[in-house]
Design a protein around this ligand. Structure first.
Ligand SMILES: NC(=O)c1ccc[n+]([C@@H]2O[C@H](COP(=O)([O-])OP(=O)(O)OC[C@H]3O[C@@H](n4cnc5c(N)ncnc54)[C@H](OP(=O)(O)O)[C@@H]3O)[C@@H](O)[C@H]2O)c1
Length: 315
């Protein structure tokens, strides 16, 4: 083969194998649930990834790590979600502001000043069903709709962040909702609600992490910006999920429902229930399955995982 052709072929593969050159810096990537998942996926996809535990609100430390790593893209998965749940934020407002607002904006601002693409893992828990988007109608909130849910302090900070981030031209804000993983992790929505004594039964938009997180690298390479509802299309109710849990995981599982009014009596803050419109995301990634299809695959994989664990224990 002619030497020029060989050089051309090598050059082609070097350019297209650019994953190895593309560098992500992931805040929250060392200890966070979603951050660790993103780091693993990016590593598996062949990218260079640096996870960091640097505090978001410490400007000089953030500037130092960004200047040292020189990433092509910064991903923020860090933030306060509260333990055991977002009610914690009601009594820790300064801490919540420091991480979720001051911290996240600080990071976005450093990324802007250094002309680096910034992806923020945001939340869709900034909406609640209303007259224009009634429950069960299939009319979801689009990225153009202003947030209408500030019933918890957590959501209040996230509404402000969602709005202010859009002043930065380098920002992609991915609005997750009720994330579901393919395992038995207690904070995965499909597992979390099995531990509740009683559950409300309301259709909601949800994010199946195994469908969505692998898309982040492509979004970074396309340098997408703006708000994206980062959810599977459609909505699914609590009872539909619990019925699948009963079918696939534990046939003896039982659950009880209660109303939102009864739920509000045991919570410090209200919770968001809504459907988000996934059209904008689907336009970029048409392959994302409907939530009702995707959730069956999640439970099938969980069942397989459980059976393997039982087998391994028996051996
Ligand atoms: N889980 C959900 O249901 C859900 C739903 C929608 C959106 N989200 C959003 O997705 C993001 C990640 O959620 P997650 O469930 O992965 O949370 P998580 O498991 O609680 O992890 C939070 C991460 O944030 C880091 N962190 C907290 N405060 C920080 C600060 N001031 N500076 C730097 N790092 C800080 C923690 O690091 P340390 O261990 O070092 O403190 C940890 O790595 C959050 O912003 C959350 O609002 C989550």
């Amino acid at each position: 083969m002619n030497i020029k052709i060989i050089i051309l072929i090598i050059g082609f593969f070097l350019c297209n194998g650019s994953e190895a050159q593309f560098h992500f810096l992931v805040f929250g990537g060392k200890t966070g649930w979603i951050g660790k998942k993103i780091v693993k996926i990016l590593n598996d996809q062949g990218y260079v990834v640096t996870p960091t535990q640097v505090r978001l609100e410490q400007r000089e430390a953030v500037e130092r790590v960004v200047s040292k790593v020189k990433p092509d893209c910064i991903i923020n998965t860090a933030g306060i979600t509260g333990r055991p749940n977002v009610d914690w934020c009601e009594e820790h407002k300064p801490e919540t502001i420091r991480a979720n607002l001051i911290g996240a904006l600080n990071l976005a601002d450093v990324a802007f000043q250094q002309n680096i693409h910034f992806i923020n893992m945001g939340t869709g828990c900034i909406y609640t069903y209303d007259a224009d988007h009634p429950k069960g109608s299939g009319i979801g909130f689009t990225e153009e709709d202003p947030p209408n849910f500030r019933g918890s302090f957590y959501s209040h900070t996230k509404c402000m962040l969602d709005d202010l981030l859009m002043s930065y031209p380098n920002v992609l804000n991915l609005r997750l909702r009720m994330p579901i993983s393919d395992d038995f992790y207690p904070r995965s929505f499909a597992i979390k609600i099995t531990h509740y004594q009683k559950v409300v039964n309301i259709p909601n938009s949800m994010s199946v992490l195994s469908d969505l997180l692998p898309l982040i690298s492509e979004m970074a390479k396309r340098r997408l910006t703006g708000n994206y509802n980062f959810v599977n299309p459609g909505a699914i109710s609590h009872n539909e999920i619990l019925d699948l849990y009963k079918k696939y995981i534990d046939s003896e599982f039982v659950y009880q429902n209660f109303t939102i009014e009864e739920q509000n009596k045991i919570l410090k803050a209200a919770r968001s229930n809504c459907e988000l419109d996934a059209s904008k995301l689907l336009k970029a990634f048409p392959q994302i399955p409907h939530i009702k299809k995707s959730i069956v695959g999640v439970f099938e994989r969980m069942k397989e995982f459980k059976e393997k664990a039982v087998l391994a224990k028996a051996q």
